[in-house]
Structure formats: structure tokens, C-alpha cells
Design a protein around this ligand. Structure first.
Ligand code: ZN
Ligand code: ZN
Length: 356
């Protein structure tokens, strides 16, 4: 599998005349080598795949990478001369690298490498765009853990709990239901805090009439899920109920239209038009969705400026929202996988407004 993935990487880069790639980001190292630490450098050519790491990780690297990747022990710093020695040995002359993730310090040291460096972050990242069956299974499992954790959270969450307590409870439930870790810091925005799209859970206590935006995910075998539900603590105001129903309709319109090979920009527009027609266009200031996989945010992106196409095998979240300063917010988010003839909605938690 790793030989095939690295082969695809080289195929993707070949048009630019490179004969090797230096992979330094943790996510891409994991994707191309199975090694789960970013304290490594992976060098790929058509014929060779060499992972450089230090003494602390060599046993782990051998176990995770198997026979398809050669392991080289280096100093902890993985110095430029140690990378240079491998590049020379395996005959790389023009080498792709991840300019999007390298520190300036590392880049300056890479200038000494005996190769011509070609920045190719988008081309390298795009190798992860289309997910295989195993990856989809991992994400479906991550989402089913999230669904189960959320169902249990609903039996616990109540007026008077702080946002922080809700977040702690949810994070614990995610792990108890089988998450390796959480996909990202759980977002809990209650009452007016719901207008902060990425609200940090704080000391505010849930109060009667609040809408509470809950955005969270589980990681399973490295793969992320990402779902948002907005619930009410007691009967909310008519305006909040109206906002909820607009967001719900906007999400449904996008899901009804979602199909393979459609433009991601078109998908964004379908949800945005519903919200704009109701006069809340300026209150939906973020994009409709993003891909997810080993990273919580990865290509493709569904935004007003996106050039991406939703090809079969790619992932996309559908997450419209309305945020009104001083009042609150609503977001509803499902995580979907495009298939040859439609899509899978990985999220199975209901979406009609739950009043607790
Ligand atoms: Zn989310
Ligand atoms: Zn998201």
C-alpha cells in the first residue's frame, strides 16, 4: 500500500520534472509511510522510500512502516547534512518539498542541500484528496463514535452547567466510546457566545432559552470526524427558532443538491442563497464546508471562491450557520463522503431542533 501511495506521489509530481520529494509534515509523513510522529523526514523517489528519524523512534518506525520503507537513524535534529547524504546516495537532483509547512529556519538549512528544491505543497497534499475504502471506514467509525457520545451527552447536559463542563463531559464521552483522541478542541457556544463561530468553552452557565452550538469530532486510527448540532435549553425565542429553521433548510438544500463532480462553489451558493433570501446573508460569514481526513481541514473547500470539484472519494462537510452578535448562533454540520453515484452522510444524529 505504501509503495503504491508513494508511486502516486511521484506520478503527481512528475509533470514538474522532479525526481524526488522531501516530506516533512506530520500528516503527509503518516499518509505516505504510516509513521505517526512528525519527528522525521521522508524522502521518496520512484525506486526508494527512506524515513529519517532519531534513536527515540527507530523501533516504532520499523513496526509502523514495515518492509516498504527504509529507516535511517539520524541525530535528533535531522540535520541538513544527514538529509543531503541520503539525497546524494539515492541520486535525487530536483526535489519537491512542502513549502507550506516548513519553518524559515529549516528552509534556510535546506538551501545547503545538493538538489534543486521545488515548492509543491498543493500537489503533495492533493494525493490525499480521494479516500479509499479503509479510510472511509475509519471516518465512518469516528463519526459513529461522535453520534454515540452526543446521544449520551444529551442525557447529561442541563441548565446551570458551564460551557467548560459540557466540553469536558463530551470529550470524555468521545474517548469512552472509542475515540483515540478528539479531532480538534471542542467548540461550545451558549447563548450570545454562539455568535462566535469558534467559541472557546468558558465559565458561562447554560440558561433557559439559550441555543448552544456544539461542534466536535472524534479521531479513529488518525482519521477525523466533524459534526455540529445546536440544541436549545428550554424554549428559545421566536427569532432563534426562525434562525434555526433557516439554517436547517439551508443545510438540507445543499445536501439535496450534493452530487459527485459538482463544483464546490456551487454547493456553497445553494446553502448561501437560502440564508441570503431570508435577509441573514451577512450573518453567514464563513464558507459552507471543507474536506476532512487525517487533518480536520483539508481539500476540497466549499466557499464562494473555491475552484474545487467534488470528485468521488473526496470528503466535504456541509455546515451553514447564522451568527447574530449579542443574540446567539446556529450551525448544523454533517460530514459527507462523495461516492460514484451520490454521497454518504456519515452523521446519523437527528437535526430537528432538540429542546432540552
Ligand atoms: Zn465542525
Ligand atoms: Zn467543520
Amino acid at each position: 500500500m505504501l509503495t503504491e501511495r508513494c508511486g502516486k506521489l511521484m506520478d503527481a509530481l512528475r509533470g514538474s520534472g522532479v525526481d524526488g520529494a522531501i516530506i516533512t509534515s506530520g500528516t503527509n509523513i503518516r499518509y505516505f509511510s504510516n509513521f505517526t510522529s512528525d519527528e522525521a523526514v521522508l524522502i521518496v523517489t520512484d525506486a526508494r522510500r527512506v524515513l529519517l528519524t532519531d534513536f527515540r523512534y527507530t523501533i516504532q518506525a520499523k513496526e509502523q512502516c514495515g518492509s516498504e520503507i527504509e529507516i535511517r537513524e539520524t541525530s535528533r535534529a535531522i540535520a541538513a547534512d544527514e538529509i543531503a547524504a541520503v539525497l546524494t546516495e539515492i541520486g535525487v537532483k530536483r526535489c519537491a518539498f512542502e513549502d507550506g509547512y516548513l519553518t524559515v529556519r529549516a528552509f534556510n538549512s535546506y538551501k545547503e542541500l545538493p538538489v534543486e528544491l521545488v515548492p509543491m505543497t498543493p500537489e503533495i497534499d492533493r494525493c490525499r484528496l480521494v479516500k479509499n475504502e479503509y479510510e472511509i471506514e475509519c471516518m465512518a467509525k469516528a463519526q459513529s463514535i461522535a453520534d454515540e457520545a452526543f446521544a449520551e451527552l444529551l442525557t447529561v447536559i442541563r441548565e446551570g452547567m458551564t460551557e467548560k463542563e459540557v466540553a469536558n463531559e463530551l470529550d470524555h464521552l468521545l474517548r469512552r466510546h472509542g475515540a483515540d483522541e478528539i479531532s480538534f478542541d471542542t467548540i461550545i457556544g451558549s447563548g450570545p457566545n454562539g455568535a462566535l463561530c469558534h467559541a472557546l468553552p468558558g465559565p458561562r452557565k447554560l440558561a433557559k432559552g439559550d441555543l448552544v452550538v456544539i461542534d466536535f469530532g472524534a479521531k479513529y486510527r488518525g482519521y477525523c470526524s466533524d459534526m455540529t448540532r445546536t440544541v436549545a435549553i428550554g424554549e428559545p425565542s421566536d427569532e432563534l427558532k426562525k434562525i434555526y429553521s433557516i439554517v436547517r433548510r439551508a443545510q438540507q438544500a445543499a445536501l439535496d443538491a450534493l452530487r459527485p463532480n459538482m463544483s464546490a462553489r456551487e454547493l456553497d451558493a445553494i446553502a448561501r442563497d437560502v440564508i441570503t433570501a431570508e435577509g441573514y446573508g451577512p450573518c453567514f460569514g464563513h464558507s459552507l464546508g471543507h474536506g476532512f481526513g487525517l487533518d480536520i481541514h483539508e481539500a476540497p473547500y466549499a466557499s464562494t471562491r473555491s475552484e474545487d470539484v467534488l470528485v468521488p472519494g473526496c470528503t466535504i462537510t456541509v455546515e451553514p450557520g447564522i451568527y447574530v452578535e449579542g443574540l446567539g448562533g446556529v450551525r448544523i454540520e454533517d460530514d459527507c463522503v462523495l461516492t460514484e453515484d451520490g454521497y454518504l452522510d456519515l452523521a446519523h444524529t437527528a437535526k430537528d431542533l432538540i429542546i432540552l
